[in-house]
Design a protein around this ligand. Sequence first.
Ligand code: GLV
Ligand code: MG
Length: 347
Amino acid sequence: MKLPSQFFKPLAIGAPMPVRELPVRPERMIHFFPPHNEKIRARVPEMAAQVDVLLGNLEDAIPADAKEAARAGFIEVAKAHDFGDTALWTRVNALNSPWFLDDMAEIVREVGNKLDVIMIPKVEGVWDIHFVDQYLALLEARNGITKPILLHAILETAQGVKNVEEIAAASPRMHGMSLGPADLAASRGMKTTRVGGGHPYYGVLADPVEGAAERAFSQQDLWHYTVAKMVDACISNGLRAFYGPFGDIKDEPACEAQFRNAFLMGCTGAWSLAPNQIAIAKRVFSPDAKEVLFAKKILAAMPDGSGVAMIDGKMQDDATWKQAKVIVDLAKLVARKDPEMAAAYGF
Ligand code: GLV
Ligand code: MG
């Protein structure tokens, strides 16, 4: 275990100082785009204006013969545009793939000063983060990068889930984690053929009722355990947790339900794979206007966060004040990005 005094030192001479606090910005959706597709590249400015995080995907879903084109396409768009308040991320190929080294080296060299976060797929343990951390520090130093590039791990192998707490604590470069339900299902040998979401056979059957022909069956959330484990590992280390992809693009109500479970359990956002999922993520991960207005009343009634107050017949104390603060802080971030929400929240 590294000494605490060494933890925040740069890993290469000339690399920027690691951050002690994550940048504060809305991250309701991480919007994936395939950078090898020229038509989609042309829509980047329009996409960037709508989303909180824009991510150029180089890994799965990009065909092997388009990997170099995707990398070059990402570099081209990153150079060409000013992303303003929108964060720019990329998902590189896996650490054992033939593309990882060049993904990292070329992207950091060409656009390292524009890049906020690199998403690392199939992270299995702390050793993966340590390797990337060191390599990235050397690249930052060589290329004069001034602000450290953060890392975001995809939790998508059984071993990764087992090691999630060590992964979360591996480096000050860690931004957070996303649940990768498709690869995780494969890694665990789950009997599904889907990208996230529920399964009609996973649920509980109600007790038999005398005289009733049918017993109610309630579908359960397949991802509950993993999301909870990821949220605890992330939040206890000051990181952010995200639900990953929902592959059935047309099934908007099911996507919304999955995103909402993640939001209620403590996730900051989810991936959006298509424009309709951007709207769903905005709906789900922006705090509810009624809740925000009520939370503002709590903060106003207890300015120093202590004591007790009655608001609309409900008792408020230090604990509800802290909950209210979480909601109002998040609402302020969303309001900065979204004028409609700002009006609804009364900011
Ligand atoms: C995402 O990468 C997943 O495998 O679900
Ligand atoms: Mg995956």
